[in-house]
Design a protein around this ligand. Structure first.
Ligand SMILES: Cc1cc2nc3c(=O)[nH]c(=O)nc-3n(C[C@H](O)[C@H](O)[C@H](O)COP(=O)(O)OP(=O)(O)OC[C@H]3O[C@@H](n4cnc5c(N)ncnc54)[C@H](O)[C@@H]3O)c2cc1C
Length: 553
């Protein structure tokens, strides 16, 4: 039996970062909100809680203190060079990209600072590109890590939503799964769904889908903030673009199971147009979590540039596909080799300085705002979570000699013959490039170039050294898997976050934000992202949706 229709001004579907930001804006505007979420309260905040908290910001005091000169023009050049917009349906995504760039170079930092969000002083350099000035990548470091990582970025919005609950404006309905939009006379007037059994599943752990009833909720507007598709490997494979080769058979999940993509189909049935579903952002540097929270749980290595990257047979990846340069270019190359995994070969010196693991729980110093723990980043030894992977991770091989290392690699991948002679030749040749302060090897030059940036020299890029010199050892090899993460396409929206239908006109009553809307417009990143633009995309599109709905009511 359906519960009687409940009246509110707005229904927000999904209590991740985008939904929380939209709800906070609406509550601040005095609107009544029903925040409908399929997971238990323990998972409030969705993916953002697990995130590393890296934010793309342009021309900030943090950058200037590190000697980085950035500008809106440079950021726009990088964004559009990476996005490669080339489709008719890129009209709104382009508009969102422009608006988002203005936000990232404008009020974003001050708006967050006002809410108490602080930043780690060393700005990171993600997606370095490695091509020419108009092509993919960040020309300068822009990855600002929130002090407190994922939980730190969620904190002010959770606080605002809780204030809304106390003021009687917000009702948070957990274990409510939306199954359909209610459409009357062409307008979206509510949602219908299933009440799920109470669950004690801890944060991130898959909760049951046992039904205990159903519900009908009505409001003047519905905002869909249900996230992307990264937890649904069937959907990822079904939408896998031909340009990236065959869909991978083996995938690690970089997101919890609730990132199921189901609500996108429901929004489509309710009249919304989905665009750019074949644009996704998955990582080639995934490792199997030795301490998993969700099924097939993988962690992404955020690598510095020094590890040698080999394909499954031992052939070195071509320039500029070095660690941290071009996520999708590398993924495409790897899949075209006919194999799905690849290898990092590195030294103890490299792992100590260059391995960061993405995720709040993998960075207890930054997440816990623990200065004592943070100081260990500059002392000898790998950070605790990295060392734990080195010792317990199934993808790690540690050895004193190259032969032992290769034998260990072969054991981890018994069906694909590794070309030992070729690996040795590559490494010896690479090491010879270090006899002078100048070289022809593009990766060695890129490592040296990176160290001109103070932040990289300080905590991110190891002093260039020979891999085979025992004083830099032991040698380490890491088997890398493809790890799902973000959807770059989704519900097409205009600049007021109104969902558009197949006729290009707004679907009355329906709005979308966050990953469900491709972070705005149905894909503001185009084909490729500059990193740190996903949390930021949730902030901007969630805020836009909340404000637009509040103004329209
Ligand atoms: C480990 C990790 C590290 C990351 N690091 C970064 C980073 O450093 N920088 C960055 O920019 N981005 C990062 N990201 C990406 C970023 O966190 C996400 O893209 C973003 O948080 C998505 O937020 P969202 O609100 O759109 O969706 P979600 O967080 O997925 O929330 C959507 C919510 O909707 C609910 N829902 C879905 N369908 C229904 C339904 N039918 N009925 C009811 N509820 C429903 C879900 O249960 C979920 O709670 C990271 C992500 C992960 C997992």
């Amino acid at each position: 039996m359906s519960a009687p229709g409940t009246e509110a001004d707005v229904i927000v579907v999904g209590a991740g970062l985008a939904g929380l930001v939209a709800t906070a804006e609406l509550a601040q505007a005095g609107k009544k909100v029903l925040l409908v979420e399929q997971e238990p309260a323990a998972s409030l905040g969705g993916q953002a809680w697990w995130s590393f908290g890296g934010l793309f910001l342009v021309d900030t005091p943090e950058q200037r203190r590190m000697g980085v000169k950035d500008s809106l023009d440079l950021a726009r050049q990088d964004w559009f060079g990476s996005a490669g917009f080339d489709r008719e349906e890129d009209h709104w995504p382009r508009g969102w990209a422009e608006a988002y760039l203005d936000f990232a170079a404008g009020e974003k930092r001050a708006w967050l600072r006002e809410k108490g969000v602080g930043f780690f002083p060393v700005v990171g350099w993600a997606e370095r590109g490695g091509y020419t000035a108009l092509e993919h990548g960040n020309s300068v470091p822009r990855f600002h890590i929130v002090w407190g990582t994922g939980p730190g970025i969620l904190e002010p919005f959770i606080r605002a939503v809780r204030a809304g609950v106390q003021a009687g404006l917000v009702s948070a309905l957990h274990r409510h799964r939306v199954d359909a939009l209610i459409v009357e006379a062409g307008s979206v007037v509510g949602v219908r769904g299933t009440r799920l059994a109470a669950s004690s599943a801890p944060r991130g752990v898959a909760s049951s889908r046992d039904a205990v009833g159903d519900f009908d909720l009505r409001a003047s507007a519905v905002i869909v903030t249900s996230g992307g598709i990264g937890g649904n490997h069937d959907l990822v494979r079904a939408q896998w673009p031909e340009r990236m080769g065959e869909p991978p058979e083996h995938l690690l999940s970089g997101v919890p199971a609730h990132v199921d993509g189901r609500m996108l189909g429901i929004a489509e049935q309710g009249g919304a147009r989905l665009i750019n579903g074949d644009r996704m952002w998955h990582y080639p540097e995934g490792i199997t979590n030795w301490d998993p929270v969700w099924a097939a749980h993988g962690i992404r290595i955020l690598p510095g540039p020094s590890s040698l990257w080999l394909d499954a047979t031992g052939a070195r990846l071509p320039a500029p596909l070095f660690p941290g340069f071009d996520t999708l270019g590398t993924l495409e190359h790897i899949l075209k080799t006919g194999y799905e995994h690849s290898w990092f070969v590195l030294t103890q010196k490299i792992i100590e300085k260059e391995f960061a693991l993405s995720g709040s729980e993998q960075n207890p110093d930054l997440t816990g705002k623990d200065l004592r723990l943070l100081a260990q980043r500059v002392s000898p030894g790998a950070p605790g979570p990295v060392e734990a992977f080195k010792q317990k991770g199934v993808d790690f091989v540690v050895a004193d000699t190259l032969f032992e290392l290769m034998a260990g690699m072969q054991k981890l991948s018994p069906d694909i013959p590794l070309d030992f002679a070729r690996i040795e030749q590559e490494i010896v040749a690479r090491d010879r490039q270090l006899d002078n302060d100048f070289a022809k090897d593009a990766q060695i030059n890129a490592i040296r170039q990176a160290r001109h940036y103070r932040g990289d020299k300080l905590i991110r890029v190891a002093t260039p050294h020979k891999l085979l010199d025992p004083q830099n050892g032991p040698l380490i090899a890491v088997k890398l898997h493809i790890l799902t993460r973000k959807s770059l396409g989704g519900i097409e929206t205009d600049l007021s976050a109104r969902a558009l239908g197949w006729n290009g006109r707004p679907v009355p009553g329906l709005f979308a934000a966050g990953e469900a809307s491709g972070f705005g417009g149905g894909g503001m990143h185009g084909y490729r992202s500059l990193e740190g633009t996903f949390l930021g995309g949730c902030l901007f599109s969630g805020r836009t949706a909340g404000r637009a709905v509040a103004a329209a009511l």
